[in-house]
Write a protein that binds this ligand. Structure first.
Ligand code: HEM
Length: 127
């Protein structure tokens, strides 16, 4: 872990675990998103997203050790990520980000990234 990383500055592992746990609480009750997840148990998906975000922000590189190169657009190709799905995804992330006690600049940086990443994941405009 890089000591000067965003990961360390916002509280490391605990913060990312809390963020993603809160996000998946929302996904679990979402009639559009929940059926997209291949496994009934969202636990493994939760672990993958946590590890990915930790790595992205300068934390441990467990994600790539276990999953290889992220290739996120490719990995989302099997799922219908249209603007409605993106909006649901972002709504749950907004709740999750707001549930953390982050400094305003950290919150803005995290949110800006998540919003751009979610826009870039769109792979269809079919309803
Ligand atoms: C925009 C709406 C999005 C939808 C509807 C969506 C949906 C999904 C679904 C259904 C999966 C499969 C669950 C699994 O097996 O892990 C998945 C995986 C994943 N998603 Fe998303 N996703 C979205 C955006 C994003 C964004 C913005 C990121 C990153 C910032 C992201 C990161 C990941 C990661 C890391 C995985 C696991 C990939 C793997 O290693 O297999 N997703 N997503």
């Amino acid at each position: 872990m890089r000591p000067d990383s965003f990961y360390a500055a916002v509280g490391g592992h605990e913060t990312f675990v809390a963020l993603v746990a809160k996000f998946y609480e929302g996904v679990a009750t979402d009639p559009l998103l929940k059926p997209m997840y291949p496994e009934e148990d969202l636990g493994p998906a939760q672990d993958r997203l946590t590890a990915f975000l930790e790595q992205y922000w300068g934390g441990p590189t467990t994600y790539s050790q276990e999953r290889g190169h992220p290739r996120l657009r490719m990995r989302h190709a099997p799922y219908k990520v249209n603007p409605a799905a993106r909006d649901r995804w972002l709504a749950h992330m907004r709740t999750a980000v707001d549930s953390l006690d982050l400094a305003p600049l950290h919150r803005a940086e995290l949110w800006d990234y998540l919003e751009r990443a979610a826009h870039s994941m769109i792979n269809t405009f079919d309803e």
